[in-house]
Design a protein around this ligand. Structure first.
Ligand code: IMP
Ligand code: MG
Length: 295
């Protein structure tokens, strides 16, 4: 048996348990990128990265939790010496998020004079990667590059770009292959668009009675959000026991013009500000506010 063979291995066979078949898993998740497409692209990325870093002292830093699956597949397509580290940073809230980053795990590796590749699941506003890149730079690495699985085609708010990209996608909320909505869906082996249109009907007819298993939510958009959506009131039918985070995901994909503001929006149920884990009930009135300056 040859032990010095450094050719990239063939792509691993796609993993597709029937229970996670995109066609029958969840009617709110529509297949966007299949297991096969992911494996093929990750394999190509692994080849490019191996060619670039072969023979160098490489540390790959994954941003938790979303990169779990991507990292696991990517490094298995890199037949070379490398080490791993992880940082824990989360920025994505339900719309309640202030936009402040929450650091849950610091870097533990020494990075000085080493080659660093930061791996992230998805680049949206750039806030998360910008913060991680700044932190890594402060450790004086020999080089620093960024690899993202998905690059969301939205205006960047932070000056950060990916050197390696798996797939370019539009302004849609995606789940699966590590990406979550309120902690769910990370274990899907494919990437899907979270599409509320099958699980939630948008309407303005207050008289309609919701179908079994659905609850009706009254939405109110305030201030600048009213201008962006073109309305101050709307209604949605969503699944019972949905959380604020799930509702926010639906609202931002239905009124995508609000999506850029999700990090700073405030959400209230009735007169009380809501937590992303709060469970909604039939007839709740949920308000979305832009940040207020001054006051
Ligand atoms: P950024 O900091 O605005 O660039 O957003 C990046 C972070 O937000 C990623 O680490 C993801 O955790 C999360 N995120 C952004 N867009 C999506 C999405 O469509 N689905 C799931 N998570 C997302
Ligand atoms: Mg993330």
């Amino acid at each position: 048996m040859q032990t010095d063979d450094i050719n990239p291995p063939p792509p691993p066979a796609p993993f597709r348990p029937d229970a996670r078949d995109p066609m029958n898993f969840d009617d709110r998740v529509k297949l966007m990128i299949s297991c096969e497409e992911i494996q093929e692209r990750v394999h190509a990325l692994g080849g490019e990265l191996t060619a670039r870093y072969q023979g160098k002292d490489l540390v790959i830093i994954g941003i938790l939790n979303g990169t779990l699956l991507f990292m696991a597949d990517l490094i298995r397509c890199m037949p070379m010496d490398l080490t791993l580290d992880f940082v824990g940073v989360s920025s994505y809230g339900s719309g309640m998020a202030s936009g402040k980053l929450n650091w849950t795990k610091p870097l533990t590796s020494s990075l000085a004079d080493r080659h660093v590749l930061v791996v992230e699941d998805i680049l949206e506003t750039g806030q998360t990667l910008d913060a991680v890149v700044k932190e890594v730079r402060s450790h004086s690495p020999a080089s620093l590059s960024v690899c993202v699985l998905l690059n969301k085609n939205v205006p960047r708010k932070y000056p950060v770009r990916a050197d390696y990209t798996g797939f370019e996608i539009g302004n849609e909320f995606v789940v699966g292959y590590g990406l979550d909505l309120d902690g769910q869906y990370r274990n899907l082996p494919f990437i899907g668009v979270f599409n509320p249109s099958d699980g939630a009907a948008v309407g303005t007819e207050a008289s309609q009675v919701p179908m079994d298993g659905l609850i009706r939510i009254h939405l109110q958009f305030w201030s600048h959000f009213k201008d962006l959506t073109g309305t101050d009131k709307a209604e949605l039918e969503i699944r019972e026991n949905s959380t604020i985070a799930e509702l926010a995901g639906i609202v931002y994909s239905t009124w995508s013009q609000l999506a850029d503001h999700r990090h700073c929006a405030l959400i209230a149920v009735g007169n009380n500000y809501a937590l992303e884990t709060d469970i909604l009930k039939d007839g709740d009135t949920v308000s979305f506010f832009p940040p207020v300056q001054g006051g």
